[in-house]
Design a protein around this ligand. Sequence first.
Ligand code: N01
Length: 547
Amino acid sequence: METVDAVVIGAGFAGLRALYRLRGMGKKVRVLEASEGVGGVWYHNGYPGARCDVESYDYSYSFSPELEQDWRWSERYATQPEILRYINHVADRFDLRKDIHFSTFMEEASYDEKAARWTIKSRDGRVWSAQYFVMCVGQLSTTKAPNYPGQSDFQGEIIHSGVWPKHKVDFAGKRVAIIGTGSSGMQMTPIIAKEAKHLTVFQRTANFSIPASNAPVSDEEDRQVKATYRQRREQAWNSPTGLGFKPNKQSALDVSPEEREKVYEAAWNRLGYGFALTYFDILLSKPANDTAAEFIRKKIGAVINDPVVREKLVPKGHAFAARRPSVDSGYFQAFNRDNVELADVRECPIVAFTPEGIRTTAKSHEFDIIIFATGFDAFTGSLLKPNIVGRSGRTLREKWSAGPVTQLGVSVSDFPNMLIVVGPGSPSLLSNVMVSTEEQIDWLAELIRNMDAQHIVEFEAEPEAEVRWVAHVNERAKETLYMTADSYYNGAEVAGKPKVFMPYSGGVRGYRRILHKCAEEGYTGFALRTQPAALGGVPVKLQTVLS
Ligand code: N01
């Protein structure tokens, strides 16, 4: 058994940032990473067309001005290979690999109440003892796939977008199926369409999407961003979503239809995902949302030639952005190609897989490759996969059986000294997750620094504070349109998952204020003890010293 100060689970953007920050405080840290490389989702999601839908300059670390200045992004929205190069560069530049155990799946973690330490075990039998147990496991890292009758009889290749093989998948001359039309399915469709002999896209729900308007970054743009990078970061930190542009404070209903059309047109050609912020109430008011949804429907419809296909591809039945919209590069236009077919699985469900392909209620399709772009068990999937055992043998699975419960999204009562980064109860996937990741890790590091300074050995969310926070998360969600649609925001993506709204919709700036106030007031909602509770330790008042 190795004894360290902190064990961090996951070597994606969050895990590396946590390692860098905690190591900088003099902590002995180990990162356990199940795969063979750094990058988390960016390591695994190597499907054709995978790229970020947050602008590269904003989807990058802010902790090192030198790194910001040295790294040269080539495109407005970086591709997966470029993002992977970036994170590998970060790992090398800051010498992070020496503290990462790759190919190490954390299977179990249990809290020793008397020692106030976690015992963490990997699948291959190695053991670590750590005061802090930091979960940086990602929100979209546990894939989910359907299980159709006959699936194992299919003689071609089945691939999931979220665990894309490392070898090159050759689509030339192949008959390909994509099941799922979220961001992954939409990003890969136009690229595979160009290579494959025939492509069939199986759609269950037509999704909203905004054109990426991707472009190479010119030297002049690069120079401009880098000259004012601090201001751009400040703006992102103080914005509702962590994106580097100013949201509009106007209501969509306070302007004339002509004015709105002009604003939407400009946003359509420039903002990508930020289109949802064109007016502040697009996600708050159905009538405001209808104006945006109608504009998008018209735009999507205008690029699809076949009226039957158009009717199926134009999204209906849910408010724009109540489910995560995509940002695409030619998705809808791909259906104008002769080799691309749309299969509507609501109208004609998949009945079974066959050795040759897929049988729906309408017909049998023959395929060489079937791709599941069917998404993830979001937010809680990877947190609940290992067996995490807190006080009195209580598991996290038991504690969260009716949905995730946290104090401020970072901590759970009965699981002292465990920290969760960008998990449920925090802005997480409703924000530029890079901003949220850095914000939370810096806050958690400050908590640890203050604990060290005042000899606190155990911190724990107070149960009443958790109840208040979950109620607050729900109240904020009720102000929005998010609960009006089934989505992975509210657990509807997995059958049987509790239907609760998981991320915090109060915005990056609002959340940041709450975190800071909590710290300034001595970490309200947390019990801080100089002796473990199991040895009679009682909460003490912390005099926060802010650095
Ligand atoms: O997954 P999804 P994703 N039969 O859950 C369908 C991020 N991301 O991998 O909508 C038929 O969005 C399902 O149908 P329905 C981003 O946050 C970012 O595409 O449930 N279809 C849906 O169409 C994104 O939101 C980037 O009716 C089935 C699709 O599969 C998130 O990851 C790029 C089915 C799943 O869509 C997840 O995206 C890619 C079945 N049995 C991803 N089961 C960036 O650009 C599921 N579906 C940063």
